[in-house]
Design a protein around this ligand. Sequence first.
Ligand code: PHE
Length: 341
Amino acid sequence: VADLSEIASRLEGLHLFQDRSSGLQAAIAVHDTRRGPPRGGTRLRRYASLAEAADDAARLAQGMSYKFAVHGLPYGGGKGVILQDEAGAADRGLLEERLRAYGRCLERLGGHFATGPDYGVTSREVDVIREVTSLAIGEHGSQAGPATAAGVRTCLEAGFRRLGRELAGSSVLVQGVGTVGGPLVRQLHERGARVLVSDPAPAGAALAAELGLELVSPDDVFRTTVDALAPCATGELFDAETIAGLEVQLIAGAANDQLVGAGAAADLLAERGVLYLPDFVVNGGAAVLLTARLESGSEPEVALAEARISETIQAVLSRAEAAARTPYQAAVELAEERLRT
Ligand code: PHE
């Protein structure tokens, strides 16, 4: 069980919230603000305890610090998590009360932390938070999902080039067909990849049927033989056990916090001959889009986000090659350099 003082010691700030009337429990982690004010999505999922939620927020906030730094953006890492429970899952009205209560928590932080969508929080939930605060963006009509998908797609293309092949004709398994995975599947399909999908929700089967794609059981995602894997759901995926069973050459996906044990897992992946592209580089499309939007009030083009991700992944791959490092090590070094300056 995560210990709160240990979690807090990894952060600049840890805010815990409880709203009695709606039953909201939430945590906001602020990791590193040397580059600028903290930004990051808010996720909604079940956790065993508030401490476990805070631990997730802390790791995800660190990912946001690296994400902004590696892409050269003037923001710090933060993340919000809202604890889901049976009552919240069964009763939309109650959930919306909690989302508004969460919005009031953001207001109480005085504008320090601004947020947006993440796992479990789509534009639909952002719309509810926005009823009480303008500190959440990515509402209905936002291109954050397609922008993130475009960034993932451009990284898959860069990865395939690196392996001496191309996306068209290659097989790519997309895990999770939500706000990002859904548009990603379409983009890959349009460009001639052989796409496989996996999602326990009915949306997975529906998308597979619509486009005529193979549907993979959630239990088989990490042992299916494909050219590339694109995880676009939850994190903490790759540990010694899952890595040992992988039959892929390339991994690039939108999920945050994919590696269990960070650098050690990246080394294991390299030893198995898997080209692993770091999540915090690959999935930066929404970070580029939404922070630009917070500055200017209007959302920039998806192409702008895609171009930024493309530039950064080239820089990371060149650095990895020049310094004989894994792309993960190269990306962490680049991010840490930029956090210091
Ligand atoms: N949650 C997304 C991410 O992890 C998108 C996001 C970025 C939301 C920045 C708010 C701010 O990148």
